[in-house]
Design a protein around this ligand. Structure first.
Ligand SMILES: [Zn+2]
Length: 420
């Protein structure tokens, strides 16, 4: 495609990212969560864009918006292109959305040129990847893979509304979730374009990169339990201050994770202190721990070390410590043949290719349970994401659409063997 086509495609993608970003539960910033009125509006708008690109559209049983562009023969196996349409709180406008909108632009290109491929192209805009509302992630993609645990229906949001209740209010039927699952034979592969959400491509002065693997992750709820007491009368030597213990542990988490290697990360993102009064020694602290890494055994070793340290700190201070994992996911390898075909395309469009792991979780994690997956990363400014300052360059987006279309076409003509 010529540079002008790429510029026009990029301009449309950027404008659509802006349009979607305006669909938010708050006027000052972007927040769009699963099964909200904004989710409904986003699906309607994305569905219109899909139809404009010559696709047939539908909404599935877990609230994903789906579209299909037929191949050379009706009912052919499809390549599935997708990403998510939900956001974190006060989000950027490209995380997830760019992948869906760029995929529509790819189909638009085939449609405009009258190209029909040996495989159909389907696009999915997942309703929940981030887990912002219910604290459980990948609800959209696990709908397609048919691996939705039944207990998810009872999971409640901050207002006490369960997934099942939210589904009913939204017009879905919690007992029909299984019908969102797609037979393995429906798709040859899953492709996802996503912003990098990290600084590696920018450091290498490259617009696009090939993802090798998605980091595994564990999330835990942790507790330090000490003794609440009078801030004025209990001497320092007699305290069992749960917050001081938590602070001690948090500093240790930072130091130890660094020692375990540069590809591992650990974060305490939420902390609640009880009773939480200025004149009371904290008796109990609840905090979360999130650890991630590209290799499962290294991650397990780190986690053992951090939890052992939490216990040791609690013991030294006369407190008790407990931790329970509520979420865990293994590292996900991207399909080798799909990595190779994407690397070939990136060498064509930007002179060279770079391969890198993904530090963030993506829908491709769930999709890899059933289908070969491949991911294309797009550079984002400063590696900043989950932040309103998230930004991509229009020039990079034009190149990304071009690369994505070439990659999809190459895979539609020669699907990865593992799908056969
Ligand atoms: Zn994302």
């Amino acid at each position: 495609m010529c540079a002008l086509d790429n510029r026009q495609a990029a301009a449309r993608v950027m404008a659509r990212c802006d349009e979607l970003a305006a669909i938010s539960e708050s006027a000052d910033g972007l927040t769009r969560v699963y099964l909200s009125p904004e989710h409904q509006r986003a699906n309607a708008l994305v569905g219109e864009w899909m139809q404009g690109a010559g696709m047939r559209t539908w909404q599935d049983a877990v609230g994903n918006i789906c579209g299909r562009y037929e191949g050379q023969s009706a009912g052919a196996q499809a390549l599935l292109l997708g990403s998510h349409l939900d956001t974190v709180r006060n989000a950027g406008r490209y995380d997830g959305m760019l992948g869906v909108i760029a995929a529509i632009e790819v189909v638009q290109r085939f449609h405009d040129l009258g190209i029909r491929l040996p495989l159909a192209i389907e696009i999915v805009g997942f309703g929940d990847e981030e887990g912002t509302r219910f604290g459980i992630t990948l609800l959209g993609s696990r709908g397609l893979t048919g691996s939705w645990p039944q207990q998810w229906l009872a999971q409640a949001d901050a207002d006490g509304i369960s997934v099942a209740q939210a589904m009913t209010a939204w017009g879905l039927d919690g007992s029909a979730i299984a019908s969102a699952a797609r037979p393995v034979g429906d798709f040859a592969a899953y492709l996802e374009l996503h912003i990098e959400q990290g600084p590696c491509l920018e450091r290498e002065a490259l617009a696009l990169g090939v993802v090798t693997a998605i980091n595994g992750a564990r999330r835990l709820n942790c507790h330090f339990i000490g003794q609440a007491g009078h801030a004025g009368t209990v001497p320092m030597s007699h305290r069992q201050d749960a917050l001081a213990a938590a602070a001690h542990w948090m500093v240790a988490i930072e130091a130890r994770t660094r020692q375990h290697g540069p590809q591992l990360v650990a974060t305490v993102g939420r902390l609640q202190c009880h009773p939480g009064a200025v004149n009371v020694i904290p008796g109990e602290v609840e905090l979360t721990l999130d650890v991630r890494g590209p290799e499962d055994h290294a991650l397990a070793e780190l986690l053992d070390d951090l939890l052992g340290e939490g216990e040791a700190i609690a013991r030294q201070r006369g407190l008790s410590f407990a931790a329970s994992q509520y979420y865990g996911i293994c590292a996900t390898r991207c399909d080798a043949a799909m990595q190779a075909s994407l690397a070939q395309v990136l060498s064509e469009v930007q002179g060279r290719s770079l391969s890198l792991p993904s530090g963030a979780g993506h829908d491709a994690i769930a999709m890899a349970e059933r289908w070969p997956v491949g991911m294309l990363f797009v550079r984002c400014a400063g590696g900043i994401s989950h932040n309103p300052a998230e930004a991509v360059a229009a020039e990079d987006v034009g190149l990304a659409v071009d690369a994505y279309a070439r990659w999809a076409q190459a895979l539609a003509e020669q699907p990865p063997e593992s799908a056969a």
